[in-house]
Design a protein around this ligand. Structure first.
Ligand SMILES: *[C@@H]1O[C@H](CO)[C@@H](O)[C@H](O)[C@H]1NC(C)=O
Ligand SMILES: *[C@@H]1O[C@H](CO)[C@@H](O)[C@H](O)[C@H]1NC(C)=O
Ligand SMILES: *[C@@H]1O[C@H](CO)[C@@H](O)[C@H](O)[C@H]1NC(C)=O
Ligand SMILES: *[C@@H]1O[C@H](CO)[C@@H](O)[C@H](O)[C@H]1NC(C)=O
Length: 449
């Protein structure tokens, strides 16, 4: 929310001594990230079932050359089929590779390199006979600097399947890849990941696989799947974003964005899926940025995903310590974290996580403690958020409600498009209702760490 100062400004900062270490720690994290991104670990996943008949012919044909083609398993069906631990999900992942017209695989090669090697290894040696399957290559997209090619496989029984090959070339200004869709397969944005090698030997008949038979799979598999489950990468409103004054200065420094990512990743890995809400999504959509005058980020998590005490592991975290919690898991739980940016003489940055509770068939609510002495509560309403999409905030990928305009209309009324420099605690037009008081000693529902 825009500004807490009126309410909690009198509370002293915590952990000041961490500030001077934050820079060092951040550098360490960036270094470690670099180190981990470049290492390769071979993980042995044991197939829990007879894997030899799980992949369809067109996949098996490609999977004979996993190292030459530098193949990376990145899509849900193929990952479920390969390493799914829930039997029914694994079976259905495999079945989807059979039944879908188009499926997807990643490669660390460029599209030009992939096409050349694919031709040499597979297409060139194809039997010209009538009764044999055949590969053909399709156009690459886009024409300049292609990142995608579609390869097509004719089954001699006379039907066709396609595989979208997406090149995984990192753009250092972003923490994600954009994957192009085709046919029934939608476009996706997925986070960069560390990888591990996986041996495909047990999937393929003896001697069919070249070299070490290793392909790659993402290590942060839960996070990866969470982003795959989300809808497409949304665009912010470039028109309203032009209205930000040219001389605007931001209270939240850039480095708070990767610190936010670092914290939220741990929530995602645990199955608590945070999405941008309140002022953060207003800023993302309206300004294509953080709102200049805001000094905190707002994220929401569906309350049914709440894990008791999960936040307590961050009590002494040097980068993003949890500062306090309000409420109960049953009702009105919210958290505030500090984001230790390590910039001298710059004000504290914070991040709020609001748990989202069900209100009625059309609306959800998030809590807010309005008056700390009296324990006065209010509820903010949001529309039902049942589908998450992805959104880029300063080069970092986050999840956000797909129904973003509906969200903003409900949350901020129709005036949300107007940048309000003087906004304090409440952005203009915000809808909330009083929700009584905590009828207990406030210290029972308010915890500082
Ligand atoms: C796997 O299935 C194939 C064909 O259905 C069979 O020949 C083979 O013995 C099976 N292997 C195992 C380990 O069950
Ligand atoms: C390439 O693939 C697309 C999508 O599957 C299809 O519409 C198009 O006809 C194909 N082009 C060729 C030359 O096969
Ligand atoms: C749900 O609650 C909201 C907020 O109180 C209200 O505006 C809306 O009309 C309610 N919807 C239904 C179907 O009752
Ligand atoms: C923050 O990042 C933006 C781009 O996202 C850049 O234009 C700006 O110069 C950066 N600010 C600082 C102080 O580095």
């Amino acid at each position: 929310m825009a500004n807490y100062n009126g309410y909690i400004g009198r509370t002293k900062r915590l952990f000041p001594s961490f500030l001077k270490y934050a820079g060092v720690i951040l550098i360490t994290i960036l270094f470690c990230h670099h180190y981990y991104s470049n290492r390769q670990v071979t993980v042995t996943y044991s197939a829990s079932r007879n894997a030899s008949n799980t992949f369809p012919r067109h996949w098996k044909s490609l999977l004979q050359y996993p190292s030459t083609l530098k193949l990376v398993f990145i899509d849900e069906p193929s990952l479920n089929c390969l390493i799914g631990t829930v039997p029914i999900e694994a079976e259905q992942g495999c079945q989807q590779l059979y039944s879908a017209h188009t499926t997807r695989v990643g490669t660390y090669l460029s599209i030009e390199e992939f096409q050349k090697l694919f031709y040499e290894k597979i297409v060139k040696g194809q039997d010209g006979g009538k009764k044999t399957d055949k590969w053909s290559t399709n156009a690459t997209i886009p024409e300049q600097n292609p990142d995608t090619t579609i390869i097509q496989y004719w089954y001699h029984e006379n039907f066709e399947k396609s595989i979208i090959v997406s090149t995984l070339k990192k753009n250092d200004n972003l923490n994600y890849y954009k994957l192009r869709g085709a046919r029934q397969l939608q476009s996706h944005a997925i986070r960069h990941f560390d990888d591990s090698k996986i041996s495909l030997a047990s999937l393929l008949d003896d001697g069919q696989c070249e070299n070490d038979c290793n392909a790659f799979v993402p290590m942060q598999i839960k996070r990866h799947m969470a982003y795959l489950k989300a809808g497409s990468l949304m665009e912010c409103n470039r028109e309203t974003a032009l209205k930000i004054p040219k001389d605007a200065t931001w209270r939240l420094p850039n480095v708070t964005v990767p610190i936010t990512t670092h914290l939220l990743d741990q929530y995602i890995e645990a199955g608590q899926i945070p999405f941008m809400c309140h002022g953060t999504i207003l800023g993302w959509y309206r300004d294509c940025n953080i709102i200049p005058h805001t000094h905190d980020f707002d994220f929401c998590i569906h309350a049914h995903q709440f894990i008791p005490d999960f936040h307590k592991q961050f009590a002494k975290d040097p980068l993003h310590p949890v500062w306090r919690s309000i409420g109960r898991r049953e009702y009105g739980f919210e958290l505030t974290f500090y984001l230790n940016h390590g910039i001298k003489d710059h004000e504290q940055a914070k991040l709020d996580i609001f748990y989202v509770y069900e209100h009625n068939s059309t609306h959800l609510w998030t809590p807010l403690l309005m008056n700390f002495q009296k324990g006065t509560r209010v509820q903010d309403f949001l529309p039902i958020v049942d589908k998450l999409c992805t959104a880029d905030l300063r080069g970092q990928l986050f999840l956000a409600p797909c129904n973003v305009r509906e969200y903003l209309n409900v949350r901020y009324g129709s005036t949300w498009e107007v940048l309000n420099k003087n906004a304090g605690y409440f952005e203009k037009g915000v809808e909330y209702v009083y929700d009584g008081n905590w009828e207990t000693d406030i210290s029972e529902v308010l915890e500082y760490f």
